[in-house]
Design a protein around this ligand. Structure first.
Ligand code: AMP
Length: 395
């Protein structure tokens, strides 16, 4: 795996695909700069080598040129974070971009206008990618969030740099973290899968059954499994047409020697609302009029023990409706368990959508080994898919 550490960027212009798709408020100010911060180490290494950085990114989903999606809005923020006054080119290809790149000196940073102002970006157009490729001596991909897309700047452009392409440090860290879990994870390996639906996690479950020793299933998915096994789930969320699949998963897990842990008790509610009446109920004896919205105390004890005995932990999806304060306890307690295991030496990776949001909201971000920056890209990695943006650098 070639990374920026395999290159010396002295007198070189690095064309870097970053993920600066950051949220902006109504005054076009950046409200969460995490993604800019995450790209900083790569940019700094290149500048410290004596090179210059040409940054390209998309922002939002513009239809053609729409000024509200201009990357000009974030120039000041990027400058503040990188510590260098960033220059801006009002187009990512053509004379404007080429002249700005030609004028770039070592130690300088240029941000190109939104790639998606050109439809050729998302269609993966080869000519457009070729134009981009003229803007740098070395191509660096540091955008994990778009690595699952075969777009011009994330994938196609790499073919014009047969020997001069590499991963930025953020993308390298993402790849290493996934490998640490799925390829050479230290045993016992435990995956915690929560969230709302079996159907959205099924490909992940199928892929990781070959990799893990323990699979903890929680959240809304629980009830499809429990009902399939003959339990009474009241009004809990359930995908009736996935019951057979749930039984198949349990059977496959047994054949492969994977221990599945399902909740034994839940926090039941008489309404899908934070102020609903709550009571702890056995997971397979939920009366009509009640629904399970969080993991119960016995369940959390069992999950805690499994987690504390694991050397590698993957967490995707909340254990309950954590957006409602009264049903967040399961997700928070699980976060504590994973933090404790990590402190004792386990490797823990949190990835994909809502678990990342939960980890940030409850302050576990720096208590786990790694929090992935890519939602869809992470999910596709866990499904065992080869991401085009990663393959393009490796090939
Ligand atoms: P996902 O996007 O599939 O990871 O699902 C995340 C969502 O699942 C969150 O918004 C949770 O509120 C929801 N969720 C978790 N547990 C339950 C539950 N027991 N009933 C309904 N929704 C749930």
């Amino acid at each position: 795996m070639k990374t920026i550490n395999d290159f010396n960027f002295e007198n070189k212009k690095a064309l870097i695909r970053v993920d600066f798709n950051v949220p902006l408020n109504e005054n076009f100010e950046v409200t969460d700069a995490t993604r800019i911060q995450a790209a900083k180490p790569t940019i700094i290494k290149i500048l410290e080598d004596g090179g210059s950085a040409v940054l390209m990114s998309h922002l939002g989903r513009p239809k053609g040129v729409q000024k509200e999606f201009s990357l000009q809005h974030i120039v000041d923020k990027v400058s503040e974070i990188i510590g260098v006054q960033v220059k801006f080119a009002a187009n990512c290809v053509g004379a404007v971009a080429e002249e700005a790149v030609a004028a770039l000196n070592e130690g300088e940073v240029l941000l190109l206008e939104n790639l998606r102002f050109h439809n050729e970006e998302t269609s993966g157009d080869t000519d457009f990618a070729k134009q981009l490729s003229t803007l740098g001596d070395v191509y660096v991909n540091d955008a994990f969030g778009t690595a699952h897309r075969a777009h011009a700047s994330t994938t196609i452009v790499a073919q014009f740099f047969p020997d001069n392409k590499c991963f930025g440090s953020l993308l390298a860290k993402e790849i290493e973290s996934i490998d640490k879990v799925l390829t050479h994870g230290e045993k016992p390996i435990t995956a915690v899968l929560g969230g709302s639906k079996v159907s959205s996690k099924i490909t992940i479950i199928e892929n990781i059954l070959d990799k893990v020793d323990h699979l903890i299933i929680g959240g809304g998915m629980t009830y499809t499994f429990i009902k399939a096994q003959g339990g009474q789930i009241g009004d809990s969320i359930c995908e009736d047409d996935k019951q057979e699949l749930a039984l198949e998963i349990l059977k496959k897990a047994e054949e492969k020697g994977v221990k599945i842990h399902l909740p034994v008790d839940v926090v039941g509610a008489d309404d899908f609302a934070n102020d609903a009446t709550r009571k702890v109920i056995s997971v397979d004896a939920i009366p009509d009029g009640w629904q399970g919205l969080d993991a119960g105390p016995e369940t959390l004890k069992i999950f805690h023990n499994v987690i504390l005995n694991s050397k590698t932990i993957l967490w995707n999806g909340p254990l309950g409706v954590f957006e409602m304060e009264n049903f967040a306890n399961g997700t928070i307690t699980l976060g504590h368990s994973i933090a404790e295991a990590t402190e004792k030496g386990a490797f823990s990776l949190v990835g994909g959508g809502d678990s990342v949001a939960a980890v940030k909201q409850f302050g576990f971000g720096d208590k786990v080994s790694y929090v992935s920056t890519g939602g869809g890209a992470m999910l596709e990695s866990l499904e065992g898919k080869t991401l085009p943006g990663i393959a393009a650098i490796r090939n």
